[in-house]
Ligand binder design. Structure first.
Ligand code: SF4
Length: 421
């Protein structure tokens, strides 16, 4: 039985556990899961911490990690995993494309209690590319890759089912600045164009649902045609794909399979609210998993900031799950420090959106009280990165000062406090 089916009968144990730090109770979460407004990516083979994503829940964040052709150090990827956990990520995706992909995935699953996601088409396409070409994948290979990941315990998979012939036609007509920037999307687009056939992940979606049911796998319906530049945001191919994803959300729910929907990408600030509203409307309130979004194209090296600005605004308007962006985005594979910077930026974005809904406001209030008291130790207990805050305090101030070197003797807080006493 899938989690949706169990929620139809009662309130499963995972749901009870999942609301421990959430602003709603377990009965309500069970109802939201039943109606497809929330998901808990949870493959029983892995049995991760149940993390709820969706309506009325705290905003969650995801960290991507994984090897590449040029960087195959598995221990380094596990270090990234630990940093992601330490700084508060709620999920990780292993996007490995180099070295022994199966072994990396299994190590990630074995070494974390966070839900783990993957994009099985990467491995399928790369394996085929080594033999001949990505366009030679057959549908069995595509579905077998999903099954293999599920059998290993992967909790959610990105599946680019919305990259259809119709969406590709729309892409061709549209004339984008950057055609396709999604790796999975590009594999399937190349496959469709070369073979002149429909995307098997769309054509045989019922089979994908059978696999998902078997492992209680959560589908993350990927946006293979997400805009890769500000100029392409909210264009016809993006919306064409989203319409298909809305249809697939409905079919997933009919088969009691949990589904969320991935979103852009690169979106200017003034289009973010519309993007969230359109997704929620077309996909009947399915949880929205945004990749950033980046609000400008001119910040390589600082794309974690661009992504946090977009993520905060998207979450404020109702996006549920933020995929982090690192400073290395568009430049290279992130290292451990990049992962740390990315996860912190995303956490700030998620928290900034949560406090507008009255969630976790006490963290800010406690920190402000400690700041008023110039109680630095108490402040460090509440900040997003205590190590960095402590280090900066130590480096930039003499040990005996209760104020800080920003204003020194004319510390506004101290001066007013002294007068009030
Ligand atoms: S010295 Fe200035 S910046 Fe530092 S704590 Fe006082 S008011 Fe704040």
């Amino acid at each position: 039985m899938t989690l949706i089916e169990r929620c139809e009968k009662s309130v499963p144990e995972q749901v009870v556990k999942a609301v421990e730090n959430e602003p709603i109770d377990s009965k309500r979460l069970a109802r939201l899961i039943k109606n497809g407004r929330a998901v808990i990516p949870y493959n029983p083979i892995h049995g991760p911490e149940p993390i709820p994503i969706g309506k009325d829940m705290k905003v969650k964040i995801n960290v991507n990690l994984g090897t590449s052709r040029d960087h195959k150090d598995e221990d380094l990827e596990l270090k990234k995993l630990k940093v992601a956990e330490e700084y508060g990520s709620h999920a990780v995706m292993d996007l490995s494309t180099g070295g022994d992909i199966d072994r990396v995935r299994r190590k990630v699953i074995d070494n974390t209690d966070l839900p783990v996601g993957t994009v099985p088409i990467y491995q399928c396409g790369l394996t085929k590319a080594r033999e001949s070409s990505v366009v030679d994948m057959n549908s069995d290979e595509m579905f077998n890759s999903v099954r293999k990941h599920a059998r290993d315990g992967v909790d959610f998979v990105t599946v680019h089912c919305g990259v259809t012939k119709k969406a590709i036609d729309s892409l061709k007509e549209c004339g984008r600045l950057t055609d396709i920037v999604s790796r999975g999307g590009s594999f399937l687009a190349a496959w469709i164009l070369h073979n002149q056939e429909e995307n098997p992940l769309y054509q045989e979606f019922d089979y994908l649902l059978e696999i998902a049911r078997e492992y209680d796998l959560t589908l993350s319906l990927g946006d293979g045609l997400r805009p890769g530049s500000i100029a392409d945001a909210t264009d016809r191919p993006q919306i064409q794909e989203l319409i298909t994803l809305g249809e697939l959300v409905k079919r997933s729910r009919e088969k009691k399979v949990q589904a969320m929907v991935e979103g852009p990408g690169h979106v200017p600030l003034d289009q973010i609210s519309a993007n969230v509203k359109i997704q929620k409307e077309i996909c009947d309130g399915a949880p929205f998993y945004v990749l950033g979004p980046l609000v400008t194209d001119f910040a390589p090296g600082y794309d974690h900031i661009s992504g946090a600005i977009g993520g905060a605004l998207a979450a404020y308007h109702g996006a549920d799950f933020l995929c982090y962006v690192t400073p290395a985005e568009h430049l290279g594979l992130p290292d451990v420090e990049d992962v740390k910077e990315g996860v912190i930026a995303s956490r700030i974005a998620a928290h900034a959106a949560d406090i507008t809904k009255g969630i976790d406001v006490d963290i800010d209030d406690d920190l402000s009280k400690a700041r008023k008291e110039l109680n630095w130790e108490k402040m460090f207990e509440k900040v997003v990165d205590p190590k960095k805050a402590k280090k900066m305090r130590k480096e930039k101030n003499s040990a005996d000062e209760d104020v800080c070197s920003m204003c020194g003797d004319v510390c506004a807080i101290k001066m007013v406090e002294d007068q009030f006493r």
